[in-house]
Design a binder for this molecule. Structure first.
Ligand SMILES: CC(C)(COP(=O)(O)OP(=O)(O)OC[C@H]1O[C@@H](n2cnc3c(N)ncnc32)[C@H](O)[C@@H]1OP(=O)(O)O)[C@@H](O)C(=O)NCCC(=O)NCCS
Length: 429
């Protein structure tokens, strides 16, 4: 067996041998296929990169048919069960688990950098009272590049490390302050006695008390949610970070692009849609009618189905357990009963079984966030905080990869050519 593809161009009768490596062919090799010297080479048309690999990556592995998700080779179930978000962030960024000394130094560094410059606070207070927190987060992460202009030197490893630490450390501060702005409440400074996730909750919810210490079970559940969202290989926002980062801009600007991508309803917004569906269904008795509507094509069962997972999304199983833990503290949400029943019915129904539609990460996450009393606009901000180490691991890989170039896709031009311009004064005369 030869690892190559023989292509016959029926326009010319010429045959080409295209090497196959790692299950891919190089698009540039197809570019050698042309009808004559003058004509452009053959290109691939692939809107949405549905079947195009844009990079080599050793960060995250997904097998959608088997329902497998691994960060740097470690199964997500084990990380969610026995690790914590900062250790997972270390793993994603450095590629290996830390020693005790490395872990302590990493936690110290991240904790040390949670504060932001006072000017950041001032401009964040300048947003309108009803500003969407995700818009505020995107703007303020991007603005950090103006506070750390040295971040532009992306070729220096120590410098890159410094910005990575700053961004992971400051995202919860920016996220919490975006939330407080919408609530008209004073911004709460980081409390560096607390762990990463406990400190985030303090910045979100602290009022006049001396110290805000959230219930440990809630801290753990949110920490697990951050772990589950920490990376998901070449998704829309990771691709945005890589695409913008490929211009060699500083990492704050690249991550701001990732936040922008996540802001979109097709990426970060499905959990809010799940909540809306559950509220619309209203009670368990209405589920059969709803399912009928889905089968008739009038509705979608939000939180079900995935482009990659054609099996139970491994994150959904972990989130379901986290939801139960949270409800133990906050009291149950009547929507949970509807969700559980809906899942049970859907998993036994031929329509869903045949199409391999299983619950995805968003099916239960909205319920948890609601139990924390987050408004829906905050859901994507939480996602962004969790995803930051993943974006940065992808960015780090990009800037060190010698095969990477500035992202610049081709197009199929469909417009006019060689028109003759008539000045406006003549056209309008
Ligand atoms: C995630 C999603 C966009 C993936 O879409 P996709 O890979 O392009 O899959 P398709 O839209 O081609 O769906 C394949 C089939 O399953 C059906 N289907 C997919 N998701 C469905 C859902 N959530 N409810 C009901 N039917 C669904 C489609 O109608 C289609 O049926 P058909 O073959 O009879 O036309 C899609 O499953 C979806 O919209 N899910 C709900 C939104 C959601 O939870 N998003 C979060 C993802 S993390």
């Amino acid at each position: 067996m030869t690892d190559s593809l023989t292509v016959r161009d029926n326009r010319t009768g010429t045959e080409y041998d295209v090497p196959i490596n790692d299950g891919t062919i190089k698009a540039a090799d197809l570019g050698k296929i042309r009808t004559d010297e003058e004509s452009p080479g053959l290109a691939v048309y692939d809107p949405g990169f549905v079947n195009t690999a844009s990079c080599r990556s050793s960060v995250t592995y997904i097998d959608g048919d088997k329902g497998i998700l691994e960060y740097r080779g470690y199964p997500i179930e084990q990380l969610a069960e026995s690790s914590n978000f900062l250790e997972v962030a270390y793993l994603l960024i450095h590629g290996a688990l830390p020693t005790k000394a490395e872990y302590d130094a990493w936690v110290h560094e991240i904790t040390f950098h949670t504060f932001v410059h006072e000017n950041v606070k001032e401009f964040m207070q300048g947003f309108r009272y009803d500003a969407h927190p995700m818009g505020m987060l995107m703007a303020s992460v991007g603005a950090l590049s103006t506070f750390y202009p040295e971040a532009a030197d992306i070729k220096d490893a120590d410098n890159r490390h410094m910005q990575i630490v700053r961004m992971i450390a400051k995202m919860p501060t920016l996220g919490a302050w975006s939330f407080r702005n919408a609530q008209g409440k004073p911004f709460v400074y980081p409390d560096n006695d607390l762990g990463y996730t406990a400190n985030f909750l303090s910045m979100l919810f602290k009022m006049s008390e001396q110290k805000y210490e959230a219930d440990e079970r809630l801290v753990k559940a949110l920490d697990v949610l951050f772990i589950l969202h920490a990376d998901h290989e070449q998704n829309c926002s990771a691709n945005a970070v890589r695409s913008v980062g490929s211009s060699q801009v500083d990492p704050y600007s690249a991550v701001a692009a990732g936040v922008g991508a996540l802001y979109g309803p097709l990426h970060g917004g499905a959990n809010e849609a799940v909540l809306k569906s559950l509220k619309k269904i209203g009670s368990k008795e209405n589920i059969p009618d709803f399912i009928k509507g889905v089968k008739d094509g009038n509705e979608r069962l939000m939180g079900f189905g995935h482009r990659v997972y054609k099996n139970y999304d491994p994150r959904a199983r972990i989130i379901k357990k986290a939801a139960m833990d949270v409800f133990e503290v906050t009291g149950t949400n009547p929507l949970l009963d509807i969700a559980l029943e809906l899942e049970k019915i859907a998993l036994e129904d031929e329509y869903f079984v045949k199409r391999k539609l299983y619950p995805n990460v968003d099916f239960y996450s909205g319920l948890i966030y609601e139990a924390f009393q987050f408004p829906p606009e905050m859901f994507t901000v939480l996602f962004a905080i969790g995803r930051t180490p993943g974006w940065l691991a992808q960015w780090l890989e990009l800037v060190q990869d010698k095969e990477q170039k500035i992202a610049r896709p081709k197009q199929i031009y469909t417009g006019d050519r060689e028109l003759t311009f008539t000045p406006a004064a003549e056209r309008w005369a």
